[in-house]
Write a protein that binds this ligand. Structure first.
Ligand code: F6P
Length: 548
């Protein structure tokens, strides 16, 4: 990347901000009747409307200059060509190979990975079909009715999010469940409703060393063994990992072990065999549709000019908000209850990828990187934190996601849902100026003293940014598209900020300290004098509460 050119592009954006600051977005709509057409893009049935953000063609011009200065196209090629873009872990990031339907080879260290990818996908599909069809069953011959995925982070969030999103595509007599937290309440609550004889566990872990997953897997194993006997365990477990030797140590039957590769990052792994629980839930054909959705976006990302390239636009608008306007948070609000876990999934994708303070060469970043991602489905979030979004002192741009039609719900509900979604983005855009508030209060018959008192509380500044993703229905293909759009958005932002989005060293320190603390927490007599005062004090206070 040309850092001088990038700095110049950022400086041009700062200057442009001053020029555009006095323009209200609602006035930009009045000035340009084609604003919606000019500032929205389609990818098949998916519409990305970014017209409600404060930007003009000139803004986009500056942002595209920034992308070029950061050599986005070169870096995109490096990503797809399998270069070791994850330099701190010395590996490529090639999750796109898992959804490559082009027939073209994808090379890692000169070798085509596609034959192995396709073979593993076939193996996953065959296993999923056999579980769904009842030819693979429990130790006592019972058909599986419940699948429990044990994993955390990327080995949980993607499949859990997608299984919920695509539940209408599931099998009514086969339920997916997800256990992730080391808090024993998580597994206890899931197992409470299940019968060991009809339950299949999938231990999903890229490394097969993660504390939470290994602890939960051991508890699940003990639960099966206690109910059905030790010899039944093999029939009730499958595993997904890159570390096949570690899986063998755990005792999973070799034909129930599914692999993937270290060039698939954890948070990008739902496209791999980590999607086994999802594949069993929705069936291999629907899972393939999901993969095809991801592939649609890979093609779009690689082949569409930057000015009409959805993930590029998403990323650049995010940079405009983050770096030029200083907005530290991004809300993601699906008006789609089945996308309830999408914000949590996105938190890992975005915050674990771009929550970095040093650039690829180790130098400190000169500007802010990834922001805080949060969200909850609408309409529930309207009755929780939208007050702050409308009238608070912080501005958080919002991404709305909404389907044109419900997958299998009542049309009247969907009309209300859709209208709510549009009403919120309209309110963010339009606001309600004081003059209008006063007129309304006067029309309601309030005295002028009452109007003076109430009016300031009822003013909405408006001019708050939002984008909307509209799609026909939440199908597997649509979900694949949505996920891949955000993946590439995160990548593009990492290019602009010149950071490595594929490592996650920031999660290591806590893991290490936890391992050191476990014996000190477990043993009330342990010497905690080497710890800081607060940590030692809290251990002592806990011991006191336990009477230890
Ligand atoms: O917490 C960090 C992390 O390494 C994530 O990146 C990853 O998705 C998660 O832990 C789970 O790791 P594993 O799949 O190896 O159990």
């Amino acid at each position: 990347m040309d850092r001088t050119a990038v700095a110049a592009a950022f400086a041009a954006l700062e200057t442009h901000r001053v020029e555009i600051a006095s323009h209200r977005v609602i006035d930009l709509f009045a000035a340009d009747p084609s604003r919606f057409a000019n500032f929205s893009v389609k990818l098949d049935d998916l519409v990305y409307d970014y017209s409600k953000n404060r930007l003009t063609k000139a803004t986009l011009g500056h942002l595209l200059d920034l992308a070029r200065a950061a050599r986005l196209e070169e870096r995109r090629s490096a990503l797809f060509d399998g270069e070791k873009v994850n330099a701190t872990e010395n590996r490529p990031a090639l999750h796109m190979a898992l959804r490559n339907f082009s027939g073209r080879p994808i090379l890692v260290d000169g070798a085509d990975v596609m034959p192995a990818v396709l073979a593993e996908r076939k193996k996953v599909a065959a296993f999923a079909d056999a579980v769904r069809g009842g030819t693979i069953c429990g130790a006592r011959g019972d058909i599986f009715t419940d699948i429990v995925n044990i994993g955390i982070g990327g080995s949980d969030l993607g499949p859990a999010m997608a299984a919920r999103a695509l539940s209408p595509f599931g099998k009514p007599d086969l339920k997916p469940h997800f256990v992730s937290n080391v808090d024993g309440a998580d597994i206890a609550d899931v197992l409470a409703g299940l019968d060991p004889a009809t339950t299949l566990f999938i231990v999903s872990s890229k490394t097969f060393t993660t504390q939470e997953t290994m602890t939960n897997a051991a508890s699940a194993r003990a639960w099966v063994a206690a109910a059905l006997g030790e010899e039944a365990v093999g029939d009730h477990f499958a595993a997904v990992s890159t570390r096949l030797n570690k899986v063998a140590e755990f005792g999973v039957k070799s034909d129930r072990v599914f692999g993937f590769w270290d060039w698939v990052g954890g948070r990008y792994s739902m496209w791999s065999a980590i999607g086994l629980s999802l594949t069993i839930a929705i069936g291999p054909q629907n899972f393939e549709e999901f993969l095809r959705g991801g592939y649609d976006v890979d093609e779009h990302f690689q082949r569409t000019p930057l000015s009409h390239n959805i993930p590029v636009l998403m990323a650049l608008i995010g940079v405009w908000h983050r770096n030029i306007w200083g907005y530290a948070a991004q809300a993601v609000i699906p008006y789609d209850q089945r996308l309830a876990r999408f914000p949590a999934y996105l938190q890992q994708l975005d915050m674990e990828s771009n929550g970095k303070s040093v650039m690829r060469d180790g130098a400190p970043t000169p500007r802010a990187t990834g922001g805080i991602v949060f969200g909850e489905p609408g309409t529930n979030s309207q009755h929780a934190f939208f007050q702050l979004l409308h009238q608070g002192t912080e501005i958080a741009p919002v991404d709305f996601l909404v389907a044109a039609q419900p997958t299998d719900a009542d049309d009247h509900h969907h009309t209300l849902l859709f209208a709510n979604c549009l009403a919120q983005s309209e309110a963010f855009l339009r606001g309600r100026p004081e003059k209008e508030v006063r007129e309304i209060l006067q029309a309601q018959g309030l005295s002028s003293a009452q109007v003076d008192e109430l009016a300031p509380h009822k003013v909405f500044s408006g001019d708050r940014p939002s984008s909307t993703f509209l799609y026909r229905a939440l199908t597997p293909r649509t979900l694949g598209r949505i996920v891949a759009l955000y993946e590439h958005k995160v990548f593009v932002q990492s290019v602009i900020w010149d950071i490595n989005p594929f490592d996650q060293w920031g999660v290591e320190l806590g893991k290490e300290l936890c391992n050191r603390l476990v014996p000190l927490v477990a043993d009330p007599k342990a010497d905690v004098s080497g710890l800081d005062g607060s940590t030692a004090g809290l251990i002592a206070a806990r011991n006191a509460l336990l009477g230890a």
